[in-house]
Ligand binder design. Sequence first.
Ligand code: IFM
Length: 424
Amino acid sequence: MGVSTAAYQIEGAAAEDGRGVSIWDTFSHTPGRTLGGDTGDVACDHYHRWAGDLDLMTGLGVDAYRFSLAWPRIQPDGRGKPNPLGLDFYDRLVDGLLERDIAAVPTLFHWDLPQALEDDGGWLNRETSLRFAEYAGIVADRLGDRVKRWITLNEPIVHMAQGYAFGSHAPGKSLGFEALPVAHHQLLGHGLAVSELRSRGAAEIMITNNCTPVWAASDDEADQVAAMIYDGFHNRLFNDPVLLGTYPEFLAGMLEPVIQDGDLETISTAIDTLGINYYNPTRVGAPSQDELPFDMKQIDGVPTTAFGWPVVPDGLHELLTGLKTTYGDALPPIYITENGCSTDDGTADQFRIDYLDGHLGAVKRALADGVDVRGYFVWSLLDNFEWAEGYSQRFGLVRVDFDTQERTPKDSYRWLASLLRERG
Ligand code: IFM
C-alpha cells in the first residue's frame, strides 16, 4: 500500500538549483490557462519540506511511495549533461525513503516536459522519444542502486488528449486527431526507456495507463460502435501495443505515417507489471456532431466527487477483470498506481473514506476473481496543484494550507493509518 504524487504538483522551487523551464511553467504562466492563474511555482514546497512529508508517510504506515522526477531538474533543456543539483535532490529523497523503510517508486515522466524539447515539437517529434531514453539512462545510473521498481510514463492518454488534442493542459495545443503521433512517440520513448533501465539492472518496470471501463449509452448499434471507438482511443491505444505489440486496427491506419520498422517490437519490450490509474467509468453514445466519433454522457444515480466525477467502485472491479479477459496471459501483474477523489476544503472527509473503502473492496473482489493485483497507491498524499484546476481540487489525505504550507492530516489519513496498523 502506498501513496502517489507528481513533481510539478508538489515540489515548487521552480527556479531553484538549476532547474530548467517545463511546459507546465510556460502554460500556467500564460493568462487564462489555469483556474485563477495558479502555477506550480511553490505548490506544496515539497522540494524543501520533503523530510516532513516522508514522516507523514511513516505516520500513515505505507511501505511504498510513487513520486515523479522532474525531467527539467535533471536535464534543464531535456538533452545532454545532467544537472548535478537536480539529481542530488532525488538522491536525498530516495535515501530518506529507504531510511524509513519505504520503497521508492519513481515515475520518469508525469507531463512536465522540458520547454526546450517542446520548442522542437515536443512529443510530436520522434526525437523526443530518443531524448527520453537518454534521460532514463541518466536517472538509472544515479538511482538504480536503490530503486528497484520504475514507472516510465504516467497516463500518456491524458497527456496526448488534454495537452495536444484539446489544449486544456500544457503544452496547450488543439490539434484534434493530428495529436495521434504523440501517442506513438510516448510509447516509443517508453519502450526505449525500458531497455535503458533494464541494462542497468532494473528489477521491475511498468508503464502507468489511465484506464476506464466504457459503457455504451444503450444497446443501439450506433452507441455500441461509439463505445468501442472510445475504448480504442482511451484504453487500447496504450495497452495493446505494450502488451500485444499491435495497435487496434482502426487506429493502426491513422498512425501508419509515424510508425517505423521495429517500433512495435520496441514498444512491446517486456515489462514486469502494469500500472493502472482508475477514477471512474465513462459512458458514451453516438456522436451528435461531426467533431468527435462519440459523445460523452453523464452517469446518473451515483455520488459525485467535488470535481463532479461519478463514484463507481464496481467500475474498478469491472476494469480489472476486463483486462484479464482481454489480455489473458499477456497481462502482467497489476498495481493500482492512482485512485482517489477530490473533496471540499476541510479535514472531515468521510466522503474520501467511503471512496477508498469502496475501491479497496473492489480490488479485493478482483483478487478473489483471479486478477493478480500487487499493490494500491492512493492519489494523493497531499492536496496539490491539480493542473488546469489550480489548487481548487483537493485530493490529499493531508490538507495543505497553501498560504502557510501547514499540513493537517485529514480523517481519511487516520482511517487509513489504522487500517494499515490493524493489517500489520
Ligand atoms: O492529479 C492527477 C494526476 O496528476 C494524474 N491522474 C489523475 C489525477 C487527478 O486528476
